[in-house]
Each structure stands twice: as C-alpha cells, then as structure tokens.
Ligand binder design. Structure first.
Ligand code: KIV
Ligand code: NA
Length: 273
C-alpha cells in the first residue's frame, strides 16, 4: 500500500471541516495521534506538561528541537509545527531566522509557531519570505504572562478587543499560514475567524474557528492541576495509570510479580499422567 503523503501548510484550509490539531511532545503519543489529527503541535506547553514548570518561560530551543525531532520521527502524515520558545525570536528578525532555521533543519518539522501580535509582524514576514512557514499565536499569549499579569481571558473590554483583532490581522497580513487564537471571548473570536483571511485555530476561542487545538495531556486527563475551563476531558488517563501502578506495587510487595511465566529458565510444571 501507498504511504500517505505528509500534510503541508497548503492542507491547512480556511472554512469547511475544521482542522484537528493536538499537541504532542514524545514519540509514542505522536505515533498514536498521527492517524487522527491534521496537525501535531510540539507546543512550548511542554515546559509545564512534561517538565513541571509553572509557566513556559524556562523552555529552551534545545528542548524544543529534541522533542520536535522525536515527534517528526514518530509521525508520517500529520503536519508537525514546532513552537519557538521564549527568548529565541523576540529580539530581532535575524535572531528569529537563525533559531527558526535550526528548528526546521534539526527536527524536519513543516512549520514553526511564535507568539505575538502587530509587534511581531515584521519578524513573521522576514521568516516567511526566507522559506520558513510561520503560524501565529495571538490573544492569550503564555510567554507574556509575567508582563500581562497571568493567564487571563482576552477581549473582555473594547480596547483589548481592538488589540486582539488588530494582532490577528497583522500576523495574517505578514504571511502567516494560520493563526492560533487562545483564551479570547467567543463573540470576538467568531468575528476574528470570519474576518482574518487565513485559518484561525481556536483554543478557548470559538466553535466558528477554522480548527481547534488542545494540549493533549489536558484532554486525556493526564495533567492533574489547574485545567482551564476550555478543556474537554475525553479520557481519564491519570486514573488508569493510578490503578495500574497501585496493582503493580501490591503484586511486587506480595511477591505475586514476577510469576514463573515472567522468569527465564524456570521449568514448566509437567502434570504427570
Ligand atoms: O504550547 C502550546 O501547547 C500551544 C497551544 C496551547 C496552542 O501553544
Ligand atoms: Na505554545
């Protein structure tokens, strides 16, 4: 049978059936998601989800490259998008290009994503014109929580709403192939999805978006603390793991594990007769 062609940014489309995006950070999970999703995002949320950090500011370029490469290796058909971490692109378009080129070359991913509104438009254009596909990320921007005062829903007042709207349009106009819109009130998100010419991918945004994204550990019920309201839990993997590990612990302590069938060189009991 023919191997499926890997999706590209051209497959991320405006309107129609919404695009299915999920994060993954490791090979085994990327392998499982690959058949079901359009895009795997190697988000810098891995700092919180995988490394136990309280925000994403401590994530390094090397961490993103290591996890991005693992996800590309383990997937065949999904477009893989890798987040640019805090400090790797904000300083200048030239620094952003140097670091984004490393991410592209060392992971084999199809695109990078970076946070920022109008102030990052020049950088987005600089990368796109030089061969690096960029996905934007506006609204709630986790890399800016120290400046904005925390993980807060965006667009509640008119001034903020105008800013999020202008940010999404600026990033699209700069050449981004898609824009993630995070943590923004629904009516504004709907208006942005309708007016921005490129696909708008929502997370805590609106069902009217051109696609949806979630942090996979959140929707699988793996990441116990402080789950945002916009997450729907499709599984309770934490409970599954608790149960398995508790039974293993009991079996080890009672010498029920390992059994003879799990040991080498143990003669099978032959029943006489
Ligand atoms: O880092 C991440 O997982 C993200 C998504 C939440 C969009 O940026
Ligand atoms: Na991110």
């Amino acid at each position: 049978t023919e191997q499926p062609r890997r999706r590209t940014i051209r497959d991320v489309s405006k309107g129609g059936v919404p695009g299915v995006w999920l994060t993954a950070y490791t090979a085994p999970l990327a392998h499982r998601l690959d058949a079901h999703v359009d895009v795997i995002l190697v988000g810098d949320s891995l700092g919180m989800v995988v490394y136990g950090m309280s925000d994403t500011l401590g994530v390094s370029l090397d961490m993103m490259i290591a996890h991005g490469a693992a996800v590309v290796r383990a997937s065949r058909q999904a477009l893989v998008v890798v987040d640019m971490p805090f400090g790797s692109y904000q300083e200048s378009p030239a620094l952003a290009f140097r670091n984004a080129a490393r991410v592209m070359a060392e992971t084999g991913c199809g695109a990078v994503k970076l946070e920022g509104g109008a102030e990052m438009a020049e950088t987005v254009g600089f990368l796109v014109q030089r061969g690096i596909p960029v996905c934007g990320h506006v609204g709630l921007m986790p890399q800016a929580v120290k400046a904005t005062g925390g993980f807060r829903t965006q667009g509640r007042d008119a001034e903020q709403a105008r800013k999020v709207h202008a940010d999404a349009h600026a990033i699209a106009a700069a050449g981004a192939f898609a824009v993630v819109l995070e943590g923004t009130v629904e009516p504004l998100s709907r208006e942005i999805a309708a007016s921005v010419p490129v696909p708008v991918i929502g997370i805590g945004a609106s069902p009217a978006c051109d696609g949806q994204v979630l942090v996979v550990d959140d929707m699988l019920g793996m990441f116990g603390t402080a789950i945002p309201r916009f997450v729907r839990r499709y599984a309770d993997m934490g409970d599954v793991i608790d149960d398995a590990v508790a039974r293993y612990a009991q079996d080890v302590r009672s010498r029920a594990f390992p059994g003879p069938e799990e040991c080498f060189g143990v003669r099978r009991q032959v029943t006489p007769g």
